[in-house]
Design a binder for this molecule. Sequence first.
Ligand code: SF4
Length: 239
Amino acid sequence: MNVPKRRRASRAGTQVEPVMRALARAIDGLELPAIEKISERQEEDPFQVLIATLLSARTQDATTLAASTRLFKVARTPRTLAKLTVKQIERLIYPVSFYRHKARHVKATCRILHERFGGRVPAAMEDLLTLPGVGRKTANLVLTLAFKSLKNICVDTHVHRISNRLGWVATRTPAQTEQSLYQATDEQWWPYLNSYLVTWGQNVCRPVYPRCAECVIRELCPQIGVTQVSKTEPRKVVA
Ligand code: SF4
């Protein structure tokens, strides 16, 4: 189905609140992203949130959840996990994508946490960024979920895509989107942006053929950059 071009939203800020309120109602009952489940299950233990986030890159949520659970059954602290060999970690986290690469990062991260940070995950962005494999996306998620920061936005591919489709930002990279979102949105929404947009991106506003006909925010969305939408019959998303 072709989508007629619509005008870009003139003021992103005016649209953020109704979109976020509609999404808050709509995602109730939908599957949570894997890291949120791990965060809830592990009582927001920063170490387990950090390691699970490292494992989650380009990996299905169910695979991340299963691999993290296997790994934490064997070793739950930086000290015990650093004692495992890379091969042992590989076997435990397989089949997450790039498992060999991630196993090396996990071991090195645990060693650094043990040697430099007293076995604790640091709560400062600049310290988190010194850990192998940790970029701003991972650091922001750890700060938001595990340290309950209200000042960070974790921008992954879903947040980047949907923020652009909604016209909240006009950016080319997730890093640019993160910085633009701090300007375009009220900070009351920052702790929720990742959770709401990732859930919506996995279920409705998919990368290709988004399900615009059944989207609860379609009246608010200028569908920027969307050229084709799902032709399947709308299914009920809202409980
Ligand atoms: S599914 Fe369509 S209408 Fe809904 S947010 Fe995505 S692009 Fe906009």
